[in-house]
Ligand binder design. Sequence first.
Ligand code: ASP
Length: 325
Amino acid sequence: MPTQPNNSHLPFGDHKNAPWYGKDIISVKQFSREDLEYIFAVAHEMHVMVDHVGTFDLLKGKILASLFYEPSTRTSSSFTAAMERLGGSVIPINEVKYSSVSKGESLLDTVRTLECYADVIVIRHPEVGSAAQAAKAARKPVINAGDGIGEHPTQALLDAFTIKEELGHLDGLTVTLLGDLKHGRTVHSLARLLSLYKVKLNYVAPEILRMPAELIDELKAKGVEQTEYTTLDQALPQTDVLYVTRVQKERFTDEAVYESVKGAYVIDPKVMKAARERMIVMHPLPRVGEISPEFDDDPRAAYFRQMEYGLYVRMALLAMVLGKA
Ligand code: ASP
């Protein structure tokens, strides 16, 4: 007899009526607190299964088209790993310059092409709203892997899952978002998602990279306590989660302006002396100087663990939209 683990207790199977079957994932605005609890539970089971068996055949025969118009290391490779760990396969289009996009093909025609071959499409594109447009044109589920400075919903889900796994809960936490809050799509999505919980948000950014006023107003209307700072020292001692971001060089038209703000904050062991003993430092990565490698061995440095949580969350999302969770 084959030695398959008994996973009848797991929330896996064929559930064509499952709430997320066939759905697109475009914005964190789609999610309720209950949805998050469900995603966290499935992601947790994915973690258990990967630890036990590494790869299993939940999505055997399914194909993911992975379409990236902007650079990516973690998002694209973790979606690929997620699909392959679930027994599925991937059409990778990471360098659109080698596809018909370089001949002038539109995003929508590219998406219509890929859905002829794949069951789900993951897309990253520099324009805000591009994933929503693609989803409108496509019959197959589309997952937004970053639309310019808009949103990065799967990153926010993995960020929230990281906080839950590392600190045990989200309610009652003080989360400090640091860096390029103007252009950072990860912080836009994360702040919105955290507004489902009773959190206090601190925003620390140079004057020209402040959190967009519309987003602050949106969260204010939901009753979220938010405070803005230009330096970290006041916010750090009360912080449970310090979420550091890179200044998004590719969003600047004037390089001199980028140079003037790029080194605004550097997290290192000395700075972190002012922080709590039990707290975590996160970063969506890549880092380009905002966190000193000298801090990497500190138990509070959660940014490498965060990448791994991303695999389990993306496995959960793929299983959900393909009706298997
Ligand atoms: N990897 C993240 C993103 O795609 C963060 C970053 O690039 O700074 O948004």
